[in-house]
Design a protein around this ligand. Structure first.
Ligand code: MN3
Length: 386
């Protein structure tokens, strides 16, 4: 370990964000060093990454891979752990300065809580953490003085627009959405779209879960909730605008009517790097936007009749309590079933709507309430599909 360098832990290093974060670190290896890597299942890639980046420790969520990981790294001085709890413990290690939370879905909650309690700087890519338990996370972050730097491109854009604005009041934040691969499809057509079609996102190359969420606009719904917690805005201060070119990553409108936007190519490495270097910027070799090659920016209002998830997100945000947690758990199940082609695209929203009506509401959930809600809603949703 080189103490001059920022020590980084990447939770979810084998996913889309994790692998891009490692590219950023590798391109700036005089500034950053990998202290810990964790993955859930992809043991082969975790081994490869460990041999290349030589972290102090690695953890694999799925314990059945422990032996394979341990043996593959036996010749190296890398500590090896397994199990969900070990991921949470790795995130607390003293030399770590920045924890990048890039796991998929609800699994990000617990390790993020541990990292916050250890006072780490959180580079937050796992939006479900804020969707499920935003209130608790924000309280903890303030109690333990753990800054949360958004990695999600929209929220990074807003965060960048707010730099230097001090306490200047925000009138609203404007989240841009690409509209996904089904932006122009009719309701009738949406009835028959497949997971393979949904996985072909026009602008962004991402993991399977978030790509389906993008196609169904659930991703944008989650981002509305994420924005509420990150920027302290109310639901009526959050507007979604469909911008199919995905060059404007989001905007802030201040009380004087001035709108600031952040633009760039759709490339997650930029928000990842900014989260690592904030408040500074460093040189990058990412592709630059070319005004000569793009003659127009267009904007549309999102259609909540075809994409009902957006309305659900506003609804659960208004209700608060464990409602966003219910939404998230039901969504994780329907997305997994849609990926297996067990249910249709529109059915995902139908099932979520029923679950939102059915699941027990808790106005002031504790951490255990979130855990219980998540577990019960998963069972309820699976039963409904069967
Ligand atoms: Mn996003």
């Amino acid at each position: 370990m080189n103490e001059q360098k920022k020590q980084i832990a990447i939770l979810g290093s084998t996913g889309s964000i994790g692998t891009q974060a490692l590219e950023v670190i590798s391109d700036n290896n005089s500034m950053f060093e990998v202290y810990a890597l964790t993955a859930n299942n992809n043991v082969d890639l975790l081994i490869e990454q460990s041999r290349k980046f030589m972290p102090e420790m690695v953890a694999i969520g799925n314990e059945t891979h422990y032996q394979a990981l341990k043996e593959a790294l036996a010749d190296l001085p890398i500590k090896v752990f397994a199990g969900a709890d070990s991921i949470a413990q790795v995130a607390e290690m003293q030399p770590i300065e920045i924890v990048l939370t890039a796991m998929v879905g609800y699994s990000g909650l617990k390790p993020t809580i541990h990292a916050i309690k250890a006072g780490k700087k959180i580079a937050l890519a796992n939006k479900e953490t804020l969707v499920v338990a935003g209130e608790m996370i924000c309280e903890l972050a303030s109690t333990y003085h753990a800054p949360i730097i958004p990695v999600d491109s929209e929220h990074s854009a807003i965060f960048q627009c707010l730099a230097g604005e001090g306490n200047n009041p925000i009138e609203k934040v404007i989240l841009t959405a690409s509209g996904g691969p089904f932006r122009t499809k009719s309701l009738q057509e949406l009835e028959h779209v497949t997971s393979a079609q949904a996985l072909k996102h026009p602008n962004w190359d991402m993991g399977a879960k978030i790509t389906i969420d993008s196609a169904s606009l659930m991703n944008k719904g989650f981002e509305i909730i994420e924005a509420k917690w990150l920027f302290g805005v109310t639901p009526d201060q959050i507007q979604v605008v469909v911008h199919p070119q995905s060059i404007i990553h989001s905007m802030v409108q201040f009380v004087d009517g001035s709108i600031k936007a952040q633009l760039g190519m759709p490339d997650m490495k930029l928000p990842i790097q900014y989260a690592f270097t904030y408040p500074e910027r460093i040189k990058s070799n990412f592709p630059r936007f070319d005004f000569d090659a793009c003659s127009q920016f267009t904007f549309e209002k999102p259609d909540e009749e075809r994409f009902r998830n957006l309305a659900f997100a506003y609804y659960v945000m208004e209700k608060g309590g464990n409602m966003p947690c219910i939404l998230n758990a039901a969504n994780e199940i329907v997305v997994a079933e849609f990926l297996k082609d067990k249910i249709g695209f529109l059915q995902m929203s139908d099932i979520i709507e029923e679950i939102l009506a059915k699941a027990d509401f808790i106005a002031k959930p504790t951490y255990d309430d979130y855990v219980k809600t998540d577990a019960i809603v998963r069972i309820l949703t699976k039963e409904m599909i069967r």
